[in-house]
Write a protein that binds this ligand. Structure first.
Ligand SMILES: Nc1nc2c(ncn2[C@@H]2O[C@H](COP(=O)(O)OP(=O)(O)OP(=O)(O)O)[C@@H](O)[C@H]2O)c(=O)[nH]1
Ligand SMILES: [Mg+2]
Length: 355
């Protein structure tokens, strides 16, 4: 799973990347924007997994999430195909918006206005999609005249629907699509279809103004208000001192971006974790919500999927509260499920399979 960070120059993209990955990539007020990008794979924090690993006395293997800092300004540059390609490959997009004052850092639009910048970027994403759709429709119109093909006609129909939606100035991620339609358009990797997190990088003054935006959730779009600079300063302090400083900034209830971000990104991508446990390994696996035990088995190994017999399932907490598999079984908390069982977040799953 990869999240790609992009936005206008000097909005705090690299600072966010550093916060999310514990890296210390260079940030700068003045240096020219380079085309360098940074990539990092990090653990998805999970207290449940930690507790299970304590029980089995083996280190936890967390689920992974990948971040890419594009280090890029925006659209419309000479080599923007590389930039757009980076965005296309993402599972989720992260737009960093500036909402902090600093007279030394020039905003390309001359003023700070998070709403304006969010709308502008949305427009850019839609434009990229619109152009690919228009081009494809043009080609399809010619082809359909030449050959009669049900597939091409279906593609034509759905692309027309998407085009109409974009013409209403709405991103594709707000459009309801059925499974078939999603499959047909998958290859296009439309940008405005990807889940989007807007991170509003605020100072303590703007924080309160924008905080209410966090509650507004549209389809596949989320907003996080972050005080990146303050947060990175707070993280330098001992934990006990942090609250004191937060109060001083008027940020008593401040939610640290790192945890907040991962939680939001999981929700946005409709992902959940299940666990496999044992004395040799305690591990979290990421699957889409509403995935069957059969799909979950395939995440681990195709052999397990192909030889699937049954899945033994127990909620992580039930397992720990009972004190082990034998006790849990006696209490009837360990269930035996078939291929079609829908795996829930936080369940321990043990697959029985034919080797
Ligand atoms: N005052 C203030 N400065 C910030 C904040 N966030 C970032 N900055 C500063 O903004 C400058 C740019 O931060 P970066 O993280 O390098 O921003 P960037 O978007 O990666 O910049 P480019 O990659 O050059 O486009 C640095 O000097 C940061 O210290 C903030 O919340 N408040
Ligand atoms: Mg940068």
């Amino acid at each position: 799973m990869i999240f790609t960070i992009f936005g206008y120059p000097k909005t705090g993209k690299t600072l966010l990347f550093n916060l999310l990955t514990d890296k210390k990539k260079e940030i700068s007020k003045f240096s020219a924007v380079t085309n360098k990008f940074h990539k990092a794979v990090v653990d998805v924090p999970d207290d449940r997994l930690k507790k299970l690993s304590d029980y089995f006395k083996t280190p936890p293997v967390f689920a992974k999430i990948e971040y890419l800092d594009t280090g890029k300004i925006s659209f419309g540059e000479a080599d923007d195909t590389t930039f757009i390609d980076l965005l296309r490959r993402a599972d989720g997009l992260v737009h960093i918006v500036r909402a902090f004052e600093d007279p030394e850092i020039v905003h390309p639009k001359g003023s700070i206005d998070a709403f304006r910048d969010i709308n502008r970027i949305e427009e850019e994403l839609r434009t990229v999609d619109f152009l690919s759709i228009a081009k494809r429709i043009e080609k399809l119109e010619i082809d359909i005249k030449k050959i009669k093909s049900k597939e091409l006609e279906e593609e034509f129909k759905i692309l027309k629907k998407l085009k109409n939606f974009l013409e209403k100035e709405k991103p594709l991620r707000e459009l309801e699509l059925n499974a078939k339609e999603s499959t047909i358009i998958k290859g296009f990797k439309f940008l405005s279809l990807k889940p989007l997190i807007n991170v509003i990088n605020s100072d303590e003054t703007f924080y309160k103004k924008y905080l209410k935006l966090e509650e507004v959730r549209k389809n596949n779009t989320a907003t996080i208000i972050s005080c990146e600079k303050i947060e990175s300063e707070l993280l330098e302090l001992e934990e006990d001192d942090r609250l004191l400083f937060q109060e001083e900034y008027g940020l008593k209830d401040y939610k640290y971006t790192r945890n907040n971000f991962i939680k939001t990104s999981y929700e946005l991508l409709k992902l959940i974790s299940f666990f496999t446990v044992g004395t040799d390994e305690v591990k979290a696996w990421t699957i889409n919500k509403n995935s069957s035990a059969y799909i979950a088995a395939g995440k681990i190994h195709t052999d397990i999927q192909h030889g699937f017999i049954k899945a033994e399932v127990i909620k992580w907490k039930d397992f720990l509260d009972s004190g082990g598999f034998t006790q849990a079984k006696e209490k009837g908390l360990l269930k035996l499920e078939g291929k079609d069982y829908i795996v829930n977040d936080g369940e321990i799953v043990h697959f029985r399979f034919n080797k």
